[in-house]
Design a protein around this ligand. Structure first.
Ligand code: PHE
Length: 490
């Protein structure tokens, strides 16, 4: 049967940008910039973007587009020994989407609580998030039963995801027309509000004032590299799957440049939004910006809601903000599901997209119930930590090694140059063979040392063991498949 296609190149770009632009752009990038030398952070960030992110994105796009298959199928085509790399990629994606959906469920709960003139968290934002929404238990081992409000919110999120992916690229192509531009527009509206508030400039000053001495710290380089990896949704098989629905002649370097530059521009812009509001909050409450800055869930569900509750028309901006989070999240979430679905659909003999989507979404939902227990936040934190520190980066290394040394970086580069307007020089092949696996290798090694120095966030050994299992199991499967002697074909 003929492979499904995006309705146009523009729609493919919307989908790719929609996947890349997610919570990471809003709750991670601005914080990293602030923490690692303000404007000076842009130096390692841009270097990582051009020497790591873009070359790898080109690799993933070209792999999918040339071989016309999702992650597992593409590596199987190269050599069935390597199909485990595809499994690793979609395994990481599968785990990530399970908790990503849980974060969206929190956003949904906040959204539903925003339709009132006195926001329920206006007195105690922290208490509201931890005690009211999460009803958090005292540790990762105390599950405390299911929190039913989150359970139903999660179910609603999965229904939304299912109806985004159920017809594959056909439905995804429709949905991204809204979910890609909408959060950008909403961020812009929040920006207009933020920038006109007292103290906004103070916040932006903290965000961008460069401290070039920070560049001497190796941590900043590693932070830049891992941020680039996560923000471009690399190492999950997403970009491979998405590009596999392109015609073989589409311009790859052009697509990669547009996707990655748009994504970084939105990150940079999101920092203005976040820091103008943080500056306002610091000024309004009479504390320093350094006392209010936060990242991750602490930013999105404690600090930001609190800041919003202080301003005139609070409920209106709260609604806008949580719709922003939901629309930022959903196209990243369903891109992960689509990467998994593509792998199954590649294998299926007849078109069974709806059934595949239904099964994948249901399994993810059921596994996601773990994150609706009262220990959910701890689990989320633990698993996110291991997958994003190791899982993706290992996939990235494997991808480079197999393409660079087995398939042939120059061979792929020839194809890329054949279809693209902007040609890649020899540097790209060197980057894929040496530079990127080298840098990623250092990243993993440094992270590993940090890890064995002490349990992450002081979690008990058994929990850390489960964290490691999410990394080690898929890698063992990939290595096992690669080493297994091939059965002779009958
Ligand atoms: N790129 C997304 C972000 O920055 C994160 C993500 C990674 C989403 C992988 C899906 C898959 O938030």
């Amino acid at each position: 049967m003929a492979r499904a296609r995006w309705s146009s190149r523009r729609i493919f770009l919307f989908a790719a940008i929609g996947s890349a632009v997610g919570l990471g752009n809003v709750w991670r990038f601005p914080y990293l910039t602030y923490k690692f030398g303000g404007g000076a952070f842009l130096v390692p960030y841009l270097i990582a973007l051009f020497f790591l992110g873009i070359p790898l994105l080109i690799l993933e796009f070209s792999l999918g587009q040339k071989l016309q298959k999702g992650a597992v199928g593409a590596f199987t085509t190269i050599d069935s020994k390597f199909r485990g790399i595809g499994f690793c990629a979609i395994f990481s994606g599968f785990i990530v989407v399970i908790y990503y959906a849980a974060v969206m469920a929190w956003s949904l709960v906040f959204f539903l609580n925003s339709f009132t003139t006195t926001l329920p968290w206006s007195k105690d934002a922290k208490g509201f998030f931890f005690n009211d929404v999460l009803q958090i238990s005292d540790g990762i081992g105390t599950m405390g039963g299911i929190n039913w409000r989150l359970f139903f919110a999660l179910l609603a999120v999965w229904v939304m995801i299912y109806f985004s992916v159920w017809k594959g690229v056909k439905s995804v192509g429709q949905i991204v027309k809204v979910t890609m531009p909408l959060p950008i527009l909403l961020l812009f509206i929040i920006f207009l509000r933020g920038i006109t508030l007292d103290g906004a400039m103070l916040g932006i000053y903290h965000y961008l004032t460069p401290d070039f001495s920070a560049l001497l710290n190796t941590e900043i380089w590693l932070a830049a590299a891992s941020q680039i990896f996560f923000t471009l949704s690399l190492g999950f098989g997403i970009m491979i799957a998405y590009a596999s629905y392109n015609e073989e002649g589409q311009d790859i370097t052009g697509d990669a440049l547009i996707t990655s530059l748009a994504n970084s521009a939105i990150s940079l812009f999101a920092g203005f939004v976040v820091f103008s509001i943080l500056g306002y909050m610091a000024t309004a409450t009479g504390v320093g910006v350094e006392d209010v800055v936060a990242s991750g869930p602490g930013l999105a569900f404690v600090v930001f809601p609190q800041a919003l509750s202080l301003m005139p028309g609070a409920w209106f901006f709260a609604i806008l903000f949580f719709v922003t989070l939901l629309s930022l999240g959903i196209d990243s979430a369903f891109s992960l599901v689509e990467a998994v679905n593509t792998v199954f659909a590649d294998k299926a003999k007849k078109p069974m997209l709806k059934q595949i989507s239904f099964c994948v979404c249901s399994v993810c939902f059921f596994l996601g119930i773990l994150f609706t227990t009262r220990a959910g936040l701890y689990w989320l934190d633990l698993i996110d930590h291991f997958i994003t520190s190791f899982g993706l980066v290992l996939v990235g290394i494997f991808e480079c090694l197999v393409i660079g040394w087995v398939y042939g970086a120059d061979r792929l580069r020839e194809y890329i140059n054949h279809v693209s307007h902007r040609k890649l020089g020899k540097w790209w092949s060197h980057a894929i063979r040496w530079f990127i696996p080298g840098v990623l290798g250092i990243l993993v090694a440094v992270q590993f040392v940090t890890e064995i120095k002490g349990n992450y966030e002081g979690y008990p050994d058994w929990a850390i063991g489960i964290g490691w299992a999410t990394v080690i199991l898929p890698v063992m499967i990939a290595v096992g498949l690669a080493l297994k002697p091939k059965e002779a074909k009958a």
